[in-house]
Structures are given as structure tokens and as C-alpha cells.
Design a protein around this ligand. Structure first.
Ligand SMILES: [Fe+2]
Length: 369
């Protein structure tokens, strides 16, 4: 895909070389509210280049936010974009890149996408979404989630400076790491998996299992491994997209304000268990034996003896990290709403058919546990 990935604590210092190489005159810095508190802020502030700063968008960025960013990019005559932040900053920057040469009088979401050639540098400040290496961006238009997909929005440079993780609050560390772990696992069993995506998944899952504890205890070397793992998981879903655990998580996030990684992680064991108990519902064209082999490989990357042991191991991680289901006033009503919320199109990458009764039983397990 031609993306340059620069890894390591302190790698943010390489941005000057990148800006030199691309002949940048003035860049647009896209950053969120965490920016003033970042350890890498000084290094970015002292880059010897003119810049305009775009901030102030919501954590689930709106279409209107992106439009303001496009206006600023154009009125300030910027020629490159640096996104610093979690998934939202990177997603906003991707859309600004994609929309900056389109007709502003027509809704950007309805226009044909083409590569604008604007260099985009992504500096993730969490180890989770992998957005720095995917062709997807999520924004909200008139209250609805819109997936913006185009090959050209894969950032030209991903700068993975793990020193940013050292000041991340512990709950955010846990949620983002679990997002990466789930993305690695879901991509592995996705019907769209390829040999390359499964290699990325294997690297992501193995690295997270090996370095999770030290990372959460604040170890710098482990942080570098987890950042690398999250990027592998991002590259895996860039090929395969995510599956049912992600599809089922979105309503949990909007209903209970549950962070994305937390919501996905509590959906994953039920989906996994349902799949291993219903091999006859396999939809992967490569067949049941292929799928069961995938499940075994996931288990072995998790250092579990059997597939049920791997699911148990995942459950133990959730208990250890205290990832619980939030309190609900009316659990039965919530299960109805959750079941009705799942978009069947988002289930198409899951290797086993999930009818509404199956979705309901998985939500029951989550909500009533
Ligand atoms: Fe995710």
C-alpha cells in the first residue's frame, strides 16, 4: 500500500525529515483536546514549519466538523496534514484530505472520491484503533454513522512514537488495547481474511498477550510492542474489516456511553462461543475445517491449549481488567433495543450466520451476566 511506518520512542523527531522530503510549506495540524497534555507536544510545536491548527471537533466527529477543517485547510493554503490524536483526529484528517479538492457546494458524502495527493502524516496517541494504517474513517452525518472508505486516505506516514502512551490514563490504556486485541481476533476469523491479514492478526494477538501486563504496569519497552501490535491489528482489519463483536458493540457505546474498546471486548466472548457451537452455520467459503483451524490458531497465539480455553482466557482478561457491563434500569427492554439495533450488513464478514435470536442470546449473556 506504500505506507511508510516509523516506529519507536522518539520517532516523532523524524517528522522534520518527512516534511522536508515532501516539500511542505505549511501544514494543517489536526489534534484533539488531549494535545496540550501530550509529551510529544513540544516537539511538534517546535517543528520549523508554518502551520494552521484545527481542533475543537467532537470525539465522534461530525460531518460539519470536517467541513470546518476543509475550509481552514484551504483558507490557510496548507499543503500537508499532520493528525495527532486517537482515532477521531486521524479520521477527521483523512476526510479533510479526501474532501479538500471537492466542490464545497455539494455534500461531500455524495461526490465521487479520488486521491487528492495531499500528504497525510498520522501520529496516533493511543495504541488501539490502528486508524493510522486503514482506509476507513468514521464520521456522523445527521446523527447517523457514516463509514468513509478510500484507498488514498491510508496515511502516507504513520509515526508510532510509543512515548505518548506513558501518560495515557489506565482505563484508556485498557480500552484501546482491548480494541486492538479484538480487531486482531475478529480479523483472523473474518471471511475476508488472507494469508497476509492472518499474519498481521497473529503478530497483533501474540504481542498483546505477551506484553499486556508490563504495558499496563507502565513499562516503556512493552508500550512500544503494544503500539506495534495495535498497528498490526489495524493493518489486518484494513484487509478484512471487523465482524459481529464490533457490529454488536456500537449500540452499547451509544446507550451506555461505553468506550469503544470496552464495548467490543464484552461482546467478543459470546460471539466466539456461539460460533464454535454452531459450526454447521459456517458461511466461510473455505469451509468448516478451515474455520476450526483458524480458531485453533487464535487459541495457540493466546497460549491456550484448546479453543474453549482461549475463550476462557479472554474472559479472565476482562475480569482482571475489570471490564464489566454497566448498570441498566430495565435489562429486558435494553436487550430488545440492542437486538433490533444490529445492522445485518455489518454481520456479513462474520464466518457463521447470526440470526436475530442468536444476537439476542449473545446480548442476554452480556447484559444478564
Ligand atoms: Fe475497533
Amino acid at each position: 500500500m506504500g505506507q511508510n511506518i516509523i516506529i519507536g520512542a522518539g520517532s516523532v523527531e523524524k517528522i522534520t525529515d518527512i516534511l522536508n522530503r515532501i516539500g511542505c510549506k505549511k501544514f494543517l495540524l489536526v489534534c484533539d483536546s488531549s494535545y496540550p497534555f501530550l509529551s510529544i507536544r513540544e516537539k511538534i510545536d517546535s517543528l520549523p514549519y508554518e502551520r494552521a491548527v484545527f481542533s475543537g471537533f467532537t470525539p465522534n466527529p461530525l460531518y460539519e466538523d470536517v467541513c470546518r477543517g476543509v475550509e481552514l485547510f484551504k483558507s490557510e493554503h496548507c499543503d500537508a496534514i499532520i493528525a495527532v490524536g486517537g482515532g477521531s483526529s486521524i479520521d477527521v484528517a483523512k476526510c479533510i484530505k479526501l474532501y479538500c479538492k471537492m466542490d464545497p457546494a455539494v455534500n461531500y458524502l455524495t461526490q465521487a472520491y479520488a486521491d487528492t495527493g495531499v500528504p497525510l502524516i498520522a501520529v496516533p496517541t493511543t495504541a488501539g484503533t490502528g486508524s493510522e494504517s486503514t482506509r476507513y474513517a468514521v464520521i456522523y452525518y445527521e446523527g447517523k454513522k457514516q463509514s468513509v472508505t478510500h484507498e488514498s486516505i491510508i496515511p502516507n506516514y504513520a509515526v508510532l512514537d510509543s512515548s505518548v502512551l506513558m501518560t495515557l490514563p489506565i482505563y484508556q490504556k485498557k480500552c484501546t488495547m482491548l480494541d486492538a486485541l479484538c480487531q486482531g481476533i475478529e480479523s483472523w476469523w473474518s471471511v475476508n481474511s488472507t494469508e497476509q491479514s492472518r499474519d498481521f492478526s497473529m503478530l497483533a494477538v501474540s504481542l498483546i498477550m505477551r506484553h499486556m501486563d508490563a504495558y499496563l504496569e507502565g513499562d516503556g519497552a512493552a508500550a512500544e510492542k503494544i503500539m506495534q501490535a495495535a498497528n498490526y491489528a489495524g493493518r489486518a482489519i484494513n484487509i478484512t474489516q471487523t465482524t459481529a463483536a464490533h457490529a454488536m458493540s456500537y449500540k452499547l457505546t451509544s446507550m451506555y456511553k461505553l468506550p469503544h474498546g470496552h464495548a467490543v471486548a464484552i461482546c467478543l466472548p459470546g460471539v466466539w462461543e456461539y460460533m464454535i457451537h454452531n459450526p454447521d452455520k459456517c458461511t466461510d467459503p473455505r469451509g468448516e475445517a478451515f474455520l476450526s483451524n483458524v480458531f485453533e490458531n487464535i487459541a495457540s497465539a493466546m497460549k491456550a491449549e484448546t479453543v474453549p480455553d482461549a475463550i476462557g482466557c479472554f474472559g479472565n482478561i476482562l475480569r482482571k481488567l475489570e471490564m464489566k457491563f454497566p448498570k441498566s434500569d430495565d435489562r429486558d427492554a435494553d436487550i430488545d433495543v440492542l437486538t433490533a439495533s444490529v445492522n445485518p450488513i455489518r454481520l456479513k464478514n462474520t464466518p457463521v450466520t447470526l440470526v436475530p435470536d442468536a444476537i439476542r442470546s449473545i446480548y442476554e449473556r452480556i447484559v444478564l451476566e
